[in-house]
Design a protein around this ligand. Structure first.
Ligand code: 16G
Ligand code: ZN
Length: 533
């Protein structure tokens, strides 16, 4: 049975604020950091129950609000293979977080344990971490009270990136098996990735230093580790590494700033020379944006779509060179936000699937390919190699030296990639491998295809729940009649495309529009926004 008394005593110390309603959305629970105390406590218990339900496998808990403002915070659970929490449990998490009192919480908990058939005699194991936000320590303390209440065997991974936490979860759960993912420590992570990276770029000419904008967030620490271990294999200059000054996290810097503002973070102006490439991480280092200045000093962004195109083309080339074209099918997964230019370029070369926003949708769709490349335009993404593909790579007998080289490269690429989730630093090294092999600079990479000018705006509406979509969020089914009006507007613009979807992380509706020329993309976005409200 549940340790009701222990839970009650601790739960009383973490009362739910009566005015708030919480929701486990695409990014877990996320809101102002100072309103999350009760949520953290309850998530601690839920994580323990999830572990018991999965026979004592280790569950991850990450405390972060990613690219959001410093005052925000959040928490999400990571399933045993390092993947997002199973969708059905998102609803359970929401119900438990909203129980109005300790009694109501206990009642909901008992009902849930029964309904989900959780065997409470099973062990429960959790590994948890947080980003650098000032609200983090207090929230982690509340989480730890949740662990204590259920007597969870909890390992503190300290202050680290979201993708490292995902890596740890998978490594812990596969330890000693034939699927062992890596040594379950941050050092193990850095070593695994950097060793493979060095093999991949051995003998390639040294590139000019790569500038990394760390968003003044938790990625700064891991980036510094990589810089140290990689040495001459990849000269790195770190910028925006201040994780202690209040207010600087994600402020005027980072991957989300670059993507939404489509401009250079001001702090990089003095570092970046024309022709040189740079990249930005977000606040928990799971999103990556590249960019460069051309000879005239003009800013050019290389977003998740450009990364997908670069990486997919390279993997396809290696698969062909390895003589595995018939056995290993490479495919791409995108969302509605993918630039029309990228979708056109990719569909002419590879199977492409469009899914709703959110990593869980992309990840699952990517699992259907032998090699599934998924990236959101915002810079979150990774590459999945199916178990069968990894077996083929390990066992294939190459018939020429060229085939042998290609297979070795593929095997090392699998090691560089964090297959559990999008990982800015691992993705960055993957990009650097491709750039080194193709001898591309930013401009040459950018020339793979041309982005259509686009504009994203958010609209505050009285009730965003009335907005319902279909066709991977590309069309509205509700409110009735609105989609037809959007279609009428879109038709007036050359290469026009627009869609409207309710945000999963903010109380707004998002409008995306693109068109052949900049002014028209802007105009279309604002006209659609005008009829949404
Ligand atoms: C979250 C998602 C991201 C998505 C974004 C959309 C994860 C790990 N992150 O950040 O994939 O692009 O939400 O936000 O799933 P929105 O629904 O507010 O537009
Ligand atoms: Zn993030």
């Amino acid at each position: 049975t549940l340790p009701v008394e222990a839970i009650r005593v601790l739960a009383d110390r973490h009362p739910k604020p009566s005015s708030l309603k919480f929701q486990y959305g695409t990014a877990g629970f996320r809101t102002l950091g100072n309103s999350l105390d009760s949520v953290m406590f309850r998530v601690g218990i839920l994580a323990g129950l999830r572990s018991k339900k999965l026979d004592g496998k280790t569950i991850g808990v990450m405390v972060t609000a990613s690219h959001n403002p410093e005052a925000d915070n959040g928490v999400k659970l990571v399933d045993p293979r390092g993947e997002m929490l199973e969708a059905a449990w998102e609803g359970h998490a929401t119900v438990l977080a909203n129980a109005p009192s300790t009694d109501a919480f206990l009642e909901a908990l008992e009902g849930f344990v029964k309904a989900a058939k959780i065997d409470l005699s099973k062990p429960s194991k959790v590994v948890y971490a947080r980003d650098t936000r000032p609200s983090g320590p207090a929230l982690v303390a509340a989480l730890e009270d949740g662990f204590k209440a259920l007597n969870v065997d909890a390992r503190n991974a300290g202050v680290t990136t979201t993708p490292i936490l995902h890596y740890l979860v998978r490594s812990i759960n596969t330890k000693g098996t034939k699927d062992a993912y890596g040594e379950d420590s941050e050092e193990g992570y850095i070593n695994k990735i950097s060793t493979a990276f060095k093999k991949l770029v051995a003998g390639k000419p040294a590139s000019p230093p790569l500038i990394i904008d760390c968003a003044n967030g938790v990625g700064a620490k891991a980036a510094a580790e990589f810089a140290k271990v990689l040495g001459d294999a990849l000269p790195i200059t770190l910028v925006n590494t201040d994780t202690t000054t209040p207010g600087v996290l994600n402020h005027q810097c980072g991957a989300d700033f670059v993507k939404t503002q489509q401009k250079l973070p001001p702090s990089l102006a003095s570092h970046l020379k024309p022709g040189q490439r740079a990249c930005s991480l977000d606040g928990d280092a799971d999103r990556l944006m590249y960019f460069y200045l051309d000879e005239r000093g003009q800013f050019h962004m290389l977003d998740g779509d450009k990364i997908a195109a670069l990486v997919a083309a390279f993997i396809v080339e290696l698969v062909k060179a390895a003589g595995l074209e018939e056995k290993v099918r490479v495919g791409i997964v995108q969302t509605a936000y993918a630039n029309g230019g990228s979708t056109k370029y990719l569909t002419e070369r590879l199977p492409v699937k469009c899914v709703p926003t959110g990593v869980k949708h992309l990840h699952h769709a990517a699992e259907h390919y032998d090699v599934g490349v998924y990236f959101e335009a915002n810079g979150h993404g990774t590459v999945l190699f199916s178990p069968e593909t990894q077996r083929i790579l390990a066992e294939h007998q190459p018939s020429t030296p060229a085939q042998s080289t290609a297979i070795t490269h593929l095997i090392n690429i699998v090691q560089v990639i964090n297959q559990t989730v999008g990982d800015a630093l691992s993705d960055m090294l993957l990009v650097e491998v491709v750039l080194a092999h193709k001898s591309y600079n930013g401009y040459e990479w950018d020339s793979l295809y041309e982005d259509l000018p686009n504009r994203l705006v958010k609209v505050v509406v009285p009730d965003r729940t009335i907005f319902k979509t279909e066709d991977a969020e590309r069309r509205l089914v509700s409110p009735p009649g609105l989609q037809a009006r959007i279609d009428d507007l879109v038709r007036k613009y050359a290469s026009g495309r627009a869609f409207v979807r309710p945000s999963g992380t903010e109380d707004v509706v998002r409008v995306y529009a693109e068109a052949r020329v900049r002014a028209q993309a802007d105009e279309l976005a604002f006209r659609v926004a005008g009829i949404v409200y």
